[in-house]
Design a binder for this molecule. Structure first.
Ligand code: LLP
Length: 420
């Protein structure tokens, strides 16, 4: 079922008319569908082997309302900072369902996570292991640890979101793993609980996952034979979504789950998954208004009131997002470059894109923007990032307002010598 559909000539989010919503909240704004969120979560959760922990990757979309909706469905969290820990807890996610990833956990962040009683730290370096040991000893406790090992598998995704190769800053290299587990076992502030990997994001085929998980499971068995209690196996996130309707669809969670189930059949372990994009990407759109249509000798530009400060993915990764008019559907007849108002050539949402004819004042939706959209926004060019709205059937609510310019100015402080 699709949750963003045309009804009576206007794009709706569930039962909410997005054009009417634009009049109420102003553009640009992100709009999320609760039903889509629930559907994507349930599709993923029910496809994984029974008893698996789904630790939603908060970095994909950390809005408290999104986290609360997922918490109510029984979802856990994969966090990468003290800030995400705070959000996950505030949303009502049980600490025992939280895993903590990331290469740069500070001592203060470790302390807070330990005191909260999270399920496990996914440790990414020897230095981090030693630091965590000291923190745990000072708190008179033992930190539950999985080591993130790098299976050295190429995820065949965008270079900027590949993490599982030997060149990457993430994880511990394969041939160091056994030595690090031996070291971890000797530290009295560390309690080994499992093993972890994450090979990248927006992966659109099963083969790289299968190769990585096969290696990971073999290593888990080897570590067990050496006496290490590997009770959790964390497979990370990374399952991709269809950004282009004309591309082959990425694997369904069911196929992914079946593959994992067959690899883990004889293995008694708590399986953990850290999906982000797959849960929220298709549950969100970015609604923007056309400010101008500008024609030059060689191009026709559509200039939107949303910019790369609101949605960075096209500028940073050359990412493709479908763009549709809010009043439609209509045939694509004109070729445009769709850009934002930010003073950067990279502020480009679509190049040479065939779209229905657009004019100033028209509204458009940039699709599949629920993941790594609002969370990566900034106030570049002193532009307040887009608001966020959550829809549930015919109800809607602003779940993050657009900061006003006053607030943007007030964030800065004048030092005494520059005050009048
Ligand atoms: N677990 C770990 C350790 C991760 O590093 C990530 C994503 C995930 C889970 C979730 O991956 P997902 O299921 O969402 O693919 N900003 C980029 C994506 C960066 C992903 C970083 N790590 C983008 O917009 O494409």
């Amino acid at each position: 079922m699709h949750h963003f559909e045309y009804r009576d000539g206007t794009l709706h989010a569930e039962e909410v008319n997005l054009a009417a919503l634009a009049e109420r909240v102003g553009t640009p704004f992100y709009c999320y569908s609760s039903a889509a969120l629930r559907q994507h979560y349930q599709a993923f959760a029910t496809a994984m082997p029974k008893g698996s922990l789904i630790a939603y990757s908060v970095k994909a979309n950390g809005n408290l309302a999104i986290l609360r909706e997922l918490a109510r469905l029984g979802c856990g969290a994969d966090i990468v900072s003290g800030g995400e820990l705070r959000k996950a807890l505030a949303a009502g996610i049980a600490p025992a369902r939280i895993v903590y990833s990331g290469v740069g956990k500070t001592v203060h962040e470790m302390e807070r996570a330990l005191k909260a009683g999270i399920l496990q730290f996914n440790v990414e370096s020897e230095a981090e292991l030693e630091a965590l040991n000291s923190v745990a000893l000072a708190l008179n406790t033992r930190a539950p640890v999985a080591i993130r090992v790098n299976p050295d598998v190429d995820a065949r995704t965008h270079a900027k979101i590949t993490t599982g190769t030997a060149q990457s800053k993430f994880g511990i290299s394969w041939n160091r793993a056994e030595a690090i587990y031996a070291r971890a076992a000797s530290l009295s502030g560390i309690r080994i609980v499992g093993i972890d990997c994450h090979i990248g994001s927006q992966i659109v085929e099963l083969a790289p996952f299968e190769a990585a998980f096969t290696r990971l499971i073999a290593l888990a068995r080897q570590l067990r034979s050496q006496g290490h209690p590997i009770t959790t196996i964390d497979f990370g996130g990374g399952l991709g979504v269809a950004y282009r309707s004309d591309n082959a669809p990425p694997p369904e969670p069911r196929a992914y789950g079946t593959m994992v189930a067959s690899l883990t059949r004889a293995l008694e372990a708590q399986l953990i998954f850290e999906p982000g994009r797959r849960i929220v990407a298709e549950a969100g759109v970015l609604v923007a208004r056309v400010i101008y249509v500008k024609e030059t000798e060689s191009k026709r530009f559509v200039i939107l009131d949303a910019g790369m400060n609101d949605l960075l993915r096209p500028a940073l990764y050359d990412a493709y997002h479908e763009i549709v008019p809010l009043n439609g559907p209509k045939a694509n007849t004109t070729v445009y470059d769709v850009v934002g108002p930010v003073c950067e050539t990279a502020d480009l949402f679509a190049q040479e894109r065939a779209l229905p004819e657009l004019k100033a004042g028209d509204l458009v939706a940039i699709l599949t923007a629920g993941a790594y959209g609002a969370v990566m926004s900034s106030a570049y060019n002193a532009r307040a990032p887009a608001a966020e709205v959550l829809v549930d059937t015919k109800d809607w609510a602003i779940i993050r307002g657009r900061a006003d310019e006053e607030a943007l100015v007030e964030q800065d402080r004048l030092p005494p010598w520059l005050e009048d």
